[in-house]
Design a protein around this ligand. Structure first.
Ligand code: IPE
Ligand code: IPE
Ligand code: MG
Length: 252
């Protein structure tokens, strides 16, 4: 039997919220299909869940929240669905950017920006510029993102410098590769959450999640609420993290 005061402890120790939580927001389409609704409605409800997740992350004391919003492979979906998703991205920035800024959120977008719709490209730059100095929560949006592509871009950049004689190939180490990733300067995620019951990474933060804990939730993204967020963090706190050693180490 746990001691009575252990029972009284809140499920989530807010002081110990993981510093960086990354989320694969999956299951919008299935959420809609289960209700006889079009996939676009699932995505619309997904944006509402996203909004709530950002708010909750701030309240829980999380410093960095990374959300997988569109993968490099998602372009293979039907044109109509891509159009719906792009319209939602634009609508989200238009409607939510000021509020995010007011609440101290710093927006950072990772992924390949080359070849993006010029309006989306401009919106991304504006959002980053406007919120650059905010430090309550960093919201990292993975858009047109693929972990393999990100690592390849970093490798290409280092190879260019080496070919130009500005870099000794023997000096390339993990820290140097990391410094070329889109996430340079951010802590690695200690917790990666995926909704929808799928248990895979789908090309998300391949490098950065080397020692992350994974929590797979059986609910679809539009149903992800504060209780689900707290449940995932509670599960994270029950894990023993060893980072290759023999004893548990606490990592934030
Ligand atoms: C996640 O939901 C949102 C994006 C990938 C943009 P899905 O659209 O993948 O929904 P399912 O997985 O088909 O249910
Ligand atoms: C991953 O979900 C991408 C996002 C959540 C943005 P997918 O639905 O694209 O992944 P797969 O195809 O099921 O692996
Ligand atoms: Mg999916």
């Amino acid at each position: 039997m746990p001691a009575p005061d252990a029972l009284a402890k809140p499920v989530v120790d807010y002081a110990a919220a993981p510093e960086h939580v990354a989320v694969i927001m999956d299951g919008n389409g299935r959420w809609a299909a289960a209700r006889g609704l079009p996939r676009s409605e699932g995505h619309r409800r997904g944006v509402a869940a996203l909004r709530q997740a950002v708010r909750t992350a701030g309240e829980l004391g999380i410093k960095v929240l990374t959300l997988y919003s569109f993968s490099a492979e998602n372009w293979s979906r039907p044109a109509e669905e891509i159009d719906d998703l792009m319209a939602l991205v634009k609508q989200f920035v238009r409607e939510d950017l000021d509020e995010l800024h007011r609440s101290g959120v710093c927006v950072r977008v990772i992924g390949d920006r080359s070849g993006l719709d010029p309006e989306i490209f401009r919106m991304i730059c504006e959002a980053e510029e406007l919120t650059r100095a905010n430090d309550r929560l960093t919201l990292v949006v993975a858009f047109n993102y693929g972990g393999r592509q990100e690592i390849a871009r970093a490798a290409r950049h280092l190879a260019e410098q080496a070919a130009a004689g500005r870099l000794d190939p023997m000096s390339i180490d993990a820290a140097m590769v990391e410094s070329q990733l889109d996430t340079a300067g951010l802590p690695d995620p200690s917790l990666v959450i995926r909704t929808s019951g799928e248990q895979r990474l789908s090309n998300f933060l391949l490098w950065q999640s080397a020692y992350a804990e994974f929590v797979f939730l059986p609910i679809h993204w539009p149903d992800f609420d504060r209780a689900a967020f707290e449940l995932a963090i509670g599960e994270f706190h029950r894990r023993e993290r060893r980072f290759g050693g023999l004893t548990a180490r606490t990592g934030s």
